[in-house]
Design a protein around this ligand. Structure first.
Ligand SMILES: C[S@@+](CC[C@H](N)C(=O)[O-])C[C@H]1O[C@@H](n2cnc3c(N)ncnc32)[C@H](O)[C@@H]1O
Length: 322
């Protein structure tokens, strides 16, 4: 299959993917915390949850270093790798990243809707997502306005793009019970989370890889968004079930449904600001203040009148404070 190269094998022992070929990795390995028993915490029928979940071997740090060094070989120089981790082995994961001489660009927190009930300690309701690059100078893909345009606002009035780019993601877990005939393991990532990482950190036609496919969440998102997908999954039941479903999907079938983003630039953005313009802006500002207008409304009026952005107006007004 032209855009799909996924193997039912061990990503460490049998990895023949081409070196320097991957634009974006999304890896959600077993966390080394006894995931096979997870389902006892959730009220779900055991009938449709696959049992053959491959957990991580005992030496989590060594194992993480092994697969991560292979991932590094497969990354293009400007690639991004997202590594999802629980808190218990986070130290081992960070050590492995350091040992591989990779760079942590962002440390994201995924806050989900509920954790497992506890009586004698706080409820854990987050995972860590480490955004890793080959070096701090890597020229990575980051599509700032892929989901919200610069002019879009949230209900409370702030910038929607800014809010979306905050490093705490609040997204519900995917706890949907598999239907009869479907196969699922018990820790599927939400489609919304993976779509978001793919939209920010890759472009159409890029190559995405996931060493631990599980329920193939990364693969379904990649094909939906017109990105090539490669990777591994050891569990044969999950592999066979999802490969069959995936191969029936049209490449890029979700692209036409994506929200269209309009990026309207202020008319004079990039043009040099003259001393006269600065003085006029300040004069207008004083005048509008004397009319008891709110500062945020004044900024908008000045942006429209002078064809400048929010920060440009703010910087000019700040320069008169001293
Ligand atoms: C946490 S799950 C991934 C879940 C996935 N992100 C999803 O949304 O469904 C980890 C998966 O890695 C698989 N796995 C464990 N060790 C592996 C290895 N060495 N090579 C390939 N797959 C492995 C497990 O069988 C499991 O399905």
């Amino acid at each position: 299959m032209e855009n799909i190269e996924i193997y039912n094998s061990n990503c460490i022992a049998q990895n023949e993917l081409e070196d320097n070929s991957i634009d974006l990795f999304i890896c959600d390995p077993p966390f080394g915390i006894g995931e096979k028993d997870f389902d006892k915490h959730y009220k779900r029928s055991k009938k449709t949850v696959t049992k053959s979940y491959e957990e991580a071997p005992d030496n989590y740090g060594k194992w993480t270093y092994e697969w991560l060094s292979i991932a590094k070989q497969k990354m293009k120089d400007n690639a991004t790798l997202y590594l999802i981790s629980g808190w218990s082995n986070l130290g081992e994961v960070l050590n492995a990243i350091h040992k591989c001489d990779l760079h942590v660009k962002n440390h994201l927190i995924w806050k989900f809707n509920f954790g497992v009930y506890t009586k004698s300690k706080f409820v854990s309701s987050h995972y860590h997502i480490l955004m890793v690059t080959k070096s701090d100078k890597s020229n990575i893909t980051f599509n700032q306005y892929c989901r919200f345009g610069p002019q879009e606002k949230v209900k409370e009035g702030g910038s929607a793009a800014y809010r979306d780019m905050e490093d705490v993601f609040i997204i519900n877990k995917d706890m949907k019970q598999a239907k009869e005939g479907e196969v699922k393991n018990n820790n599927k990532l939400p489609d919304e989370l993976i779509d978001k990482l793919i939209q920010y950190s890759s472009n159409e036609g890029d190559s995405i890889c996931d060493f631990f496919m599980g329920n193939f969440t990364t693969a379904y998102s990649a094909i939906k968004l017109g990105r090539k997908i490669s990777g591994f999954e050891l569990n044969k039941e999950l592999y066979d079930y999802n490969m069959k479903k995936l191969s029936q999907l049209e490449f890029g079938h979700g692209l036409s449904g994506l929200k269209k983003i309009t990026i309207e630039k202020p008319a004079n953005q990039g043009k040099k600001i003259t001393e006269e313009e600065k003085q006029n802006i300040y004069k207008d500002y004083q005048e509008l203040l004397s009319q008891s207008k709110l500062k945020k409304d004044i900024s908008k009026i000045l942006q429209d009148k002078y064809g400048r952005g929010h920060f440009s107006i703010k910087n000019i007004l700040d320069s008169f404070k001293n």
